[in-house]
Design a protein around this ligand. Sequence first.
Ligand SMILES: NC(=O)c1ccc[n+]([C@@H]2O[C@H](COP(=O)([O-])OP(=O)(O)OC[C@H]3O[C@@H](n4cnc5c(N)ncnc54)[C@H](OP(=O)(O)O)[C@@H]3O)[C@@H](O)[C@H]2O)c1
Length: 284
Amino acid sequence: MTTTPHTDAPVLVLGATGKTGRRIVPRLRAAGHTVRAASRSGETRFDWTDRATWAPALSGARALYLVAPEDPEPVPDFVAQAKAAGVRRFVVLSGRGAEQAEGRSFLTGMLDSERIVRESGVDWTVIRPNNFAQNFSEDFFHTALLTGRLALPVGDTPEPFVDVEDIADVVVALLTEDGHTHRVYDLSGPRALTYAEAVAEIAAASGRPLRFEAITPEQFQAELTEQSVPAEVARELAHLFVFVSEGHLSPLATGVRDVLGREPRDFTEYVKTTAATNAWTATA
Ligand SMILES: NC(=O)c1ccc[n+]([C@@H]2O[C@H](COP(=O)([O-])OP(=O)(O)OC[C@H]3O[C@@H](n4cnc5c(N)ncnc54)[C@H](OP(=O)(O)O)[C@@H]3O)[C@@H](O)[C@H]2O)c1
């Protein structure tokens, strides 16, 4: 694989403070690339809802990591503006199963954003990761685990959670190496495990009595509503986990190996290193 020569032209990383972006930015800088780390609270201010922030973020950029907004409405204008500004390479974060979810309301934003970029005439690569291992320590599942109980309408369907450290390594390769143009990479971990097995591993490693409960979509929505989650968001999340429970995300994917030439990191390794940071014992 040849590597694009370093230039001073920056790589623009959107979602730079998020789970993927905040791991991509330091990797690119360590490799000697100039990076513009952008989000509403990032080093470079970028807001999908404030178009005045787009041009300064795009100015002179040669490549772009795109974390699309949930509603893809601004994406066509943004992609056209990026193309006009000279951005030639786009790496787009999508989600595993995006195509199987066609016609269902959730995930369609990601699929639409993929399509907008793919049809824009730029060089693009799409990544479609499984649910992140880090959801258990940095996102939605973490808050639940700190209460001792994670309850989801996923039954006992296994999923090969992908480690965000692997996603970051993949994105850096896609942004800086040649040979990945017009490819879609599905990214999974090396082993599918049920949510109950995942929580049992976290409980054992953290020494906490954590438990997983498989609940119905109706129970899930009711619990979220009790926590003041808007009804529409609760319904969308329930649909998403029902989709997961149907097994669309269960098969192993080869994307990490295809891009990096090595196996993805196992969930047990993620749990071990994350437990060592007291992520599941802190009273955050
Ligand atoms: N979690 C999973 O398991 C999973 C799996 C597959 C795909 N995905 C996809 O991953 C994406 C999220 O990526 P992530 O997990 O790396 O990020 P994240 O941790 O969810 O953080 C969101 C990022 O977007 C920025 N942001 C939010 N609103 C913004 C706005 N209006 N304008 C500009 N930036 C904004 C945030 O920074 P500021 O607050 O500073 O703006 C932050 O950097 C979603 O599209 C999700 O569907 C997630």
